[in-house]
Design a binder for this molecule. Structure first.
Ligand code: M6R
Length: 606
């Protein structure tokens, strides 16, 4: 995830402080870094792709003149990790420098418009449009504050940004919409940053900037305003007592919990994909004779959910296959008519890349979904989508799973439209539910976490769990089981509930915790039958069901209610309580959920 830091000092050079603040943003993950400072009539910039230490060894970040500056660590979203794409981004005349974290949805339209008016672009980023928009405002005689507000009004998407200009060399204007931004005050100057640890050694007097707010920083003063109407807001600074380590987790005890809570944001970002990439992938999928959804671990379970979506929405059969089995199982049938959609958070999973290589050699079309721009998967794919989840530090995939499912749902819906398989009303209904998904997840996190904690305490010492779902909820059962198993080391079973009679039911005895995933879809009636079978054998039934589903509640020992969504999207909200349950059971058992034994975040070996 990109990180920004900006500061304006009463005296002394800004760049050494920016440099060490950037080092404290490294834990967020990045591929490029840069600093811009203001001195006299000039903006000085040092930036490049690579690690901060390497760039510093080449360019020396510490000897830049000026007491005002902005800086950035970049996690690529638009454009490869290169020097040109690294922030800060300047305007045509080098009078404006911008650093940005977020995604500007309408940047292509704005870029075209600005180019038509003669602006020269040097990067492929979405951010650069902001520098040129501010430049236009300044050229029209606006001050930096007004030029920024007018630029922001043109943007659609998320941003935390900081802007400096030679026209007002003692100021920084920063603003926030969705991406986080904090402000800091001290006797030596004022600060803004993506998160508290970056500036904690300089000040612990922190103001959180809210969505839709902007701040003008001078060395001895901060003015906060609402972007929509320019009203000045007054806000007291809070004194933060966290250590740097606590601050990196934003006060959460583990990265996994922080990442679970980041899902409303990561899902909003996954809804902001560039239409042309979705269209391209959809066109390739439509052309395929045989379509394989290739992935490992959690990404494989996202593909299982997707196979139901492709079938139900677009009437298209796809094969979700575990990467390590692909060559053995399907290798001989791969040819020019095959499309392989490989899904990998890291884009570096050995098994997935090996299977992709094999399919490429046999002339299959390779498509990718990944979280990492510049990863091997992006380089070997004919077309790819970056899911925009930001770096995931916890070994257990959480926010990357829900974002993958959301991206795949958008593809399935597009394909349905392209193939004329759904009525306009049906398409609109799914679309509306898709748009509401981030707030549905927000609602679950707000209302259900306490209940899940209580259940974690109740069941933490159980040795094994059974996860059952039908239809698309099979994917949720499998992913819920994997979460619990990998961080709590509890060997557990997950099955399509219809299969339970064919074997798994034999493990059930008095008190076996059995988790049923029962959204209100066409499988509900049958799953009620499966619940009764398990209950009759003494299982303790824990159900995830739609809010107000009395029948399921009556049959269950414990329930976690989930708001109503379109049934095809249920894998996203229904996995949230299971992520929390796995997390709290691990914590109850004194385990570190961020570092499960024997596991690596990215498995790059055979
Ligand atoms: O980076 P990838 O999505 O390719 O990773 C695949 C699996 O290694 C990964 O999902 C793994 O199963 C996680 N530990 C699950 O939480």
């Amino acid at each position: 995830m990109c990180g920004i830091v900006a500061l304006t000092l009463k005296e002394g050079n800004a760049s050494p402080l920016l440099h060490s603040a950037l080092k404290r943003l490294e834990y967020r993950g990045y591929d490029s870094a840069g600093i811009a400072t203001l001195y006299g009539e000039k903006i000085f910039v040092k930036k490049d792709a690579g690690k901060i230490d390497e760039i510093h060894a080449r360019l020396n970040f510490d000897n830049m003149p000026g007491s005002v500056g902005v800086s950035h660590t970049r996690w690529s979203t638009h454009g490869a990790p290169t020097r040109e794409n690294a922030h800060p981004h300047l305007d045509c005349k080098n009078t404006v420098a911008v650093v940005h974290n977020g995604v500007i949805e309408n940047f292509l339209e704005l870029k075209e418009e600005l180019m038509d008016r003669g602006h020269r672009f040097v990067s492929r980023t979405d951010t650069e449009v902001i520098s040129h928009l501010v430049e236009e405002g300044l050229d029209a005689g606006e001050n930096l504050y007004n030029a920024t507000v007018n630029a922001l009004r043109r943007l659609r998407g998320s941003y935390a940004l900081a802007i400096i200009s030679t026209r007002e060399p003692n100021k920084i204007v920063c603003a926030r919409n969705e991406s986080p931004l904090v402000l800091g005050l001290s006797d030596s100057g004022t600060f803004c940053a993506s998160d508290i640890p970056a500036i904690l050694p300089y000040t612990n007097k922190i103001i959180i900037l809210n969505n839709g707010e902007l701040a003008v920083l001078e060395a001895d003063n901060i003015i906060i305003k609402r972007i929509s109407d320019g009203v000045t807001l007054s806000r007291e600074a809070k004194v933060i007592e966290w250590s740097i380590e606590q601050a990196e987790k934003q006060g959460y005890p583990h990265f996994m919990l922080k990442e679970i809570h980041e899902q409303p944001t990561s899902l909003r970002n996954a809804l902001r994909l560039q239409e042309q990439y979705l269209d391209l992938i959809t066109t390739f999928l439509d052309r395929g004779e045989k379509i394989f959804l290739l992935a490992a671990g959690t990404s494989h379970y996202a593909c299982i959910a997707a196979s139901y979506m492709f079938s139900k929405l677009a009437r298209l059969a796809t094969y979700p296959v575990v990467s390590s089995e692909f060559i053995e199982n399907y290798g001989d049938s791969i040819g020019i008519d095959t499309v392989v959609l490989a899904v990998s958070q890291s884009g570096e999973t050995y098994d997935t890349l090996k299977a992709v290589d094999y399919a490429r050699m046999r002339a299959a079309t390779i498509l990718g979904i990944t979280n990492v721009v510049g990863s091997t998967l992006t380089r070997v794919s004919r077309a790819y989508i970056v899911q925009q989840s930001g770096p995931e530090i916890g070994v257990a995939a959480t926010k990357s799973y829900t974002a993958q499912v959301l991206v795949l749902a958008q593809l399935a819906l597009k394909l349905a439209k392209m193939r004329g398989k759904l009525s306009q009303d049906e398409i609109d209904e799914v679309k509306a539910s898709l748009q509401r998904i981030p707030e549905t997840v927000e609602n679950i996190l707000e209302k259900r976490e306490e209940k899940v904690k209580e259940l974690a305490r109740k069941y933490a010492k159980e040795k094994t769990f059974l996860f059952l779902g039908r239809g698309i909820s099979t994917a949720t059962a499998l992913e819920g089981r994997l979460k619990l198993l990998e961080i709590s080391y509890k060997p557990s079973l997950a099955y399509p509930a219809g299969e339970s009679k064919h074997g798994p039911i034999s493990v059930v005895e008095d008190g076996t915790p059995t988790i049923f995933i029962c959204p209100n879809d066409e499988t509900r009636k049958d799953i009620i039958g499966n619940m009764m079978e398990m209950k009759a054998r003494g299982a303790k039934i824990i159900s995830l069901c739609e809010e107000g589903d009395q029948k399921i509640a009556d049959l269950s020992d414990d329930i976690i209610e989930v708001p109503k969504v379109h049934p095809i999207l249920s894998p996203i909200p229904y996995i949230i309580p299971l992520q929390l349950l796995a997390y709290y059971i691990a914590v109850e058992n004194g385990l570190d959920p961020d570092k499960p034994r024997n596991l690596a975040k990215s498995v790059t070996v055979p």
